[in-house]
Write a protein that binds this ligand. Structure first.
Ligand SMILES: *[C@@H]1O[C@H](CO)[C@@H](O)[C@H](O)[C@H]1NC(C)=O
Ligand SMILES: *[C@@H]1O[C@H](CO)[C@@H](O)[C@H](O)[C@H]1NC(C)=O
Length: 273
C-alpha cells in the first residue's frame, strides 16, 4: 500500500517538474513578424520578445499644436491600418502608419533587443519624402514584465534617414540567471523528499490505521526485513570461507592411543613384590 503511494507521489512530482520546464514558451506570435531578410539569428532575437506579444502599448505626446498617441504591438496590428505595427493617432482620430510589422529588422545583445519597423507612410515635406520608420529599443529590467512605452525622439528635421525612436523596459530580454542547482542535486533533493514522505506517511499509516507497535511501525516492515535477511544470506555466502570449516581434521584418530602403554603393562609382573 505504502509502496504504491510512494510510486504515485514520485510520478506526480516528475510530471510536475516536466510541466514547469515546459511552461514559458507556449505561443509563437513573433512568427507574424516578417523579416526583411529572413535569418535564424534574427528569428532567435525576435523569439525573445514572445512574452510581449498580443498586447498594445500606447503613449500620449503633446506638442505645441496637437496631441498625438502612439500605439505599438510586437508582431501584431496596433491600430486600424493593416500590417501597422506602430501607428500615430492624432487628436481627430486619424491614423498615420509609422512602421509595418511585416517589414522588420531585429538586433539584440545580452540585455537588450532593438526592433525596426519600416515602410511607414511617406513624409510630405520632411526627410526627402522617404517612408517613415520606427525603432523600438527594449531593455532588460528585472522584475518588470513590461514597462510603459515611451517616446525618446522624433527625428524628422534631417534631410533623410529620419526615424521615430521608442523604448520599453522588460524582463523578457534579460539574460537568464544561471541556476545554482545542478540536475544531480535537484534529483537528489526530489529523491530524498520522496523517501521522507514514504517513511513518514508509511509510519503514520502503520501506526494509526494498522495499529502497529515498535519496529513494525516502519512501512513494509516485513518486506524490508526479508530484503535484509536475503542480503545477509548473500553476504554470508560471498564473504565467509565456509569450506575450510567443513574440511575433515587431518590427524584425527591416528595417534589416539599412546604408544608406550604396552611395554609398561608387560613390565608389571617383573617388579619385585
Ligand atoms: C491574445 O490575447 C487574448 C486575450 O487578451 C486571448 O483571447 C488570445 O487567445 C490571445 N492570443 C494568442 C495567440 O495568444
Ligand atoms: C517596403 O519598401 C520598399 C522600398 O520603399 C519596397 O521595395 C518594398 O516592397 C516594401 N515592402 C513592403 C512589404 O511593403
Amino acid at each position: 500500500m505504502a509502496v504504491l503511494q510512494a510510486i504515485h507521489l514520485t510520478l506526480a512530482s516528475a510530471i510536475l517538474l516536466v510541466m514547469l520546464a515546459e511552461r514559458g514558451q507556449a505561443s509563437d506570435n513573433t512568427k507574424n513578424c516578417k523579416l526583411i531578410e529572413e535569418s535564424q539569428s534574427e528569428r532567435k532575437v525576435l523569439s525573445r520578445l514572445e512574452p510581449l506579444t498580443n498586447r498594445t502599448f500606447s503613449v500620449e505626446v503633446e506638442s505645441d499644436t496637437d496631441k498625438y498617441k502612439y500605439q505599438f504591438q510586437v508582431c501584431g496590428k496596433a491600430g486600424k491600418i493593416s500590417e501597422g505595427g506602430l501607428v500615430q493617432i492624432n487628436g481627430k482620430g486619424n491614423e498615420v502608419l509609422i512602421g509595418k510589422y511585416t517589414v522588420v529588422e531585429a538586433f539584440g545583445g545580452s540585455d537588450w533587443v532593438m526592433l525596426v519597423y519600416r515602410n511607414g507612410t511617406a513624409y510630405g515635406k520632411h526627410c526627402g519624402g522617404e517612408d517613415r520608420k520606427a525603432i523600438i529599443m527594449i531593455s532588460c529590467e528585472r522584475g518588470l514584465a513590461a514597462g510603459p512605452l515611451s517616446v525618446v525622439v522624433e527625428e524628422r528635421d534631417k534631410l533623410n534617414n529620419c526615424f521615430y525612436l521608442f523604448e520599453i523596459d522588460s524582463s523578457a530580454v534579460c539574460p537568464p540567471i544561471p541556476s545554482q542547482l545542478s540536475v544531480g542535486s535537484i534529483l537528489l533533493i526530489v529523491g530524498s523528499s520522496c523517501l521522507a514522505v514514504y517513511l513518514i506517511g508509511g509510519f503514520l499509516y502503520q501506526r494509526l490505521v494498522v495499529g502497529a507497535k515498535g519496529v513494525e511501525q516502519f512501512p513494509n516492515y516485513s518486506f524490508w526485513q526479508e530484503i535484509g535477511n536475503l542480503s545477509a544470506d548473500g553476504c554470508d555466502f560471498v564473504c565467509r570461507s565456509r569450506g575450510s570449516r567443513e574440511e575433515p581434521p587431518t590427524y584425527r584418530g591416528v595417534a589416539s592411543e599412546p604408544l608406550g602403554e604396552e611395554p609398561e603393562e608387560r613390565d608389571d609382573h617383573l617388579l619385585p613384590m
